[in-house]
Design a protein around this ligand. Structure first.
Ligand SMILES: [Fe+2]
Ligand SMILES: [Fe+2]
Length: 277
């Protein structure tokens, strides 16, 4: 399958005039001859604007995927539905769970989906929720829930189910998108709270394929321990992949290190970044 992937929302912007950044992520997947699929929607401030600046008609999108239930991936859904009409929305059944970031100071911020399910449904969302691996369009699949198997991917320790900071939120709803192309798999990450290596191993298990062409999106390595980062790079170096195009919650410091350690593969997938296969 030939496909074009374009980053519509990210923390950083590339050189396309008039595009805007926000802490969030969204990417448009355009399979040749097929209907475009939107993977994540950003916070809601830049999706429609950036799509317009890049000449992307989101009324053509029939299917939206929400990688997980954080505001910076789901906040753009309501404005999208309001402006572009109803969509099928694919996600894990846990996306509406309450979630918070609790800082060391005890400060607590809600970071879940900013709109209620009923409001989204009234605006035209047709939710199709599942934690299983499944194909959602020809050659395009969702990983389903990713088993946490590596001993070093402990994830972001600041995420909690409630403000008391008692129950750690492992973000079980985190899923990635897998696109089959002639050059190999293209894997789109939202925040990759499940861990990058856990995710890539799960993709290999469910697809039976290890021919990765590109990994694109948020790795969350900017929010993880130094040990997790070091071990992740060690494992990545043993894998064959052409492009490691990370952004969003990868953050500046982790991106700079990855760029130094894997200079041939690493690219910054900011707003406007396009991969065509
Ligand atoms: Fe995120
Ligand atoms: Fe997230």
């Amino acid at each position: 399958m030939s496909v074009r992937v374009t980053i519509l929302c990210d923390n950083s912007v590339g050189p396309i005039s008039g595009t805007l950044g926000e802490h969030g992520f969204a990417a448009l997947v355009e399979p040749e001859g097929g209907e475009p699929v939107l993977f994540d929607t950003g916070q809601g401030f830049t999706l429609l604007h950036n799509a317009r600046r890049m000449g992307k008609d989101l009324t053509r999108v029939g299917k939206v995927v929400l990688s997980h239930g954080h505001f910076d991936h789901t906040g753009g859904l309501l404005p999208l539905l309001t402006e572009c009409g109803g969509k099928a929305v694919y996600a894990h059944e846990g996306i509406f769970a309450p979630r918070h970031r609790v800082k060391d100071t005890g400060e607590c911020y809600p970071i879940g989906i900013p709109h209620e399910r009923a409001v989204l449904e009234a605006a035209g969302a047709l939710f199709d929720l599942s934690g299983s691996y499944r194909e959602i369009a020809p050659g395009i699949a969702l990983t389903g829930e990713v088993p946490r198997v590596t001993p070093f991917e402990s994830g972001d320790r600041g995420l909690y189910c409630d403000c008391s900071g008692q129950e750690h939120d492992t973000t079980p709803d985190d899923q990635s998108l897998v696109i089959e192309t002639e050059k190999g798999l293209v894997i789109l990450l939202g925040c990759c709270h499940a861990g990058l290596i856990n995710t890539l191993e799960h993709v290999a298990y469910v697809t039976g394929r290890r021919d990765i062409y590109a990994v694109i999106g948020g790795s969350h390595l900017g929010f993880c321990s130094r040990e997790q980062f070091d071990r992740t790079v060690e494992v990545l170096r043993g894998m064959v992949m052409r492009k490691l195009a990370l952004s969003h919650c990868t953050g500046f410091a982790a991106s700079a290190r990855l760029s130094r350690e894997m200079p041939k593969e690493f690219q910054a997938a900011m707003v406007g970044y396009t991969l065509e296969i």
